[in-house]
Design a protein around this ligand. Structure first.
Ligand SMILES: O=C(O)CCC(=O)C(=O)O
Ligand SMILES: [Fe+2]
Length: 299
């Protein structure tokens, strides 16, 4: 699969594999969100036919069931690991999950407010440079996402170093947060990439809703040849990318309808359902200005 540099992912950048159409959507905008951007097309990789059911049953099936693909190219892939890989700055604890009630609230809110029209599969929300885990309502994000952020903050604190925790959840944020909502149908993915270096700072946190998936990581330097690390991200799990894992490794999701996952000495196939991911990132200073010289074209 093609690797994408961070430039390829910039909306409207030349060289992007697909044209992106951005528009602000004031109708769908909760009053406390600064801006909502709907990307009608995105850099997602899609299969020929996308199933249209939402959040289907995704119970695992036997790895010997030949009806499930193991990779987009039909080539076998090694089973994904279920524990955090040894990638500096990557934090992942499979036992730390967002509570189901909050996950339901988040999914319901996002479908009602953002994914309520055909063709919309990506939404960007921008918070403000204030608010903290202790007063999430002042983040400028919709309340349910502010609650998600504060829940992720308390859930992940024990697994994070103090330094990484402060990076993600500083007492007095100096820059604004972006929340990007990505909706994947089974069979869709996202090309391996490093999140935009000029737009986003260090410390990225992502939460999976509705379905698991396997995220692939590869070192930037050797991404073309090196065997990627495959990590199984269960529904409601939290992943943190900082330091090397944010800057020196690509991350991506192969376009498959099922994933092969290690299960002790065995492996199992886990079908993918509709997955919503919510990723929180820091906008770099100056990247929070919307306009010709701001976060949109040309930056
Ligand atoms: O869906 C995900 O978990 C990853 C999304 C992502 O990497 C991005 O939006 O930059
Ligand atoms: Fe990313």
């Amino acid at each position: 699969m093609a690797q994408s540099s961070q430039q390829d992912l910039a909306p409207h950048e030349e060289g992007s594999s697909k044209d992106l159409y951005l528009h602000t959507d004031s109708k769908a905008s909760p009053s406390n969100a600064l801006e909502i951007i709907t990307e009608v097309e995105s850099y997602f990789e899609s299969p020929e036919d996308s199933p249209n059911s939402l959040f289907d049953d995704t119970s695992p099936v036997s790895a010997t069931d030949a009806s499930f693909e193991f990779s987009s190219g039909g080539l076998p892939v090694s089973p994904a690991q279920t524990e955090a890989p040894q990638i500096p700055g990557l934090f992942f604890d499979p036992s730390v999950l967002v509570p189901p009630e909050l996950a339901n609230d988040v999914v319901r809110f996002c479908f009602e407010h953002y994914f309520n029209r055909p063709g919309v599969n990506q939404i960007m929300l921008f918070g403000v440079a204030s608010g903290s885990p202790t007063s999430p309502s002042s983040s400028g994000l919709p309340p349910v996402l502010a609650t998600l952020l504060s829940t992720v903050s308390s859930l992940s604190k024990p697994s994070l170093s103090a330094e990484t925790y402060d990076l993600l959840f500083p007492r007095n944020p100096a820059t604004a947060r972006q929340a990007i909502l990505n909706l994947y149908q089974p069979g869709e993915g996202i090309v391996p990439h490093v999140d935009l270096l000029k737009r986003f700072g260090d410390g990225i946190v992502g939460v999976s809703f509705g379905s698991s998936c396997v995220m692939d990581f590869a070192p930037v330097e050797t991404a073309a040849d090196a065997a990627p690390v495959h990590l199984f991200l269960p529904e409601r799990s939290i992943i943190v990318l900082s330091g090397d894992s944010r800057y020196a490794w690509t991350h991506g999701i192969d376009k498959r309808t099922s994933d092969l996952v290690a299960d002790g000495a065995e492996s199992r196939v886990v079908p993918r359902g509709v997955r919503l991911s919510i990723t929180f990132r820091w906008l770099l200073p100056g990247a929070d200005v919307v306009g010709q010289d701001g976060i949109f074209p040309g930056t």
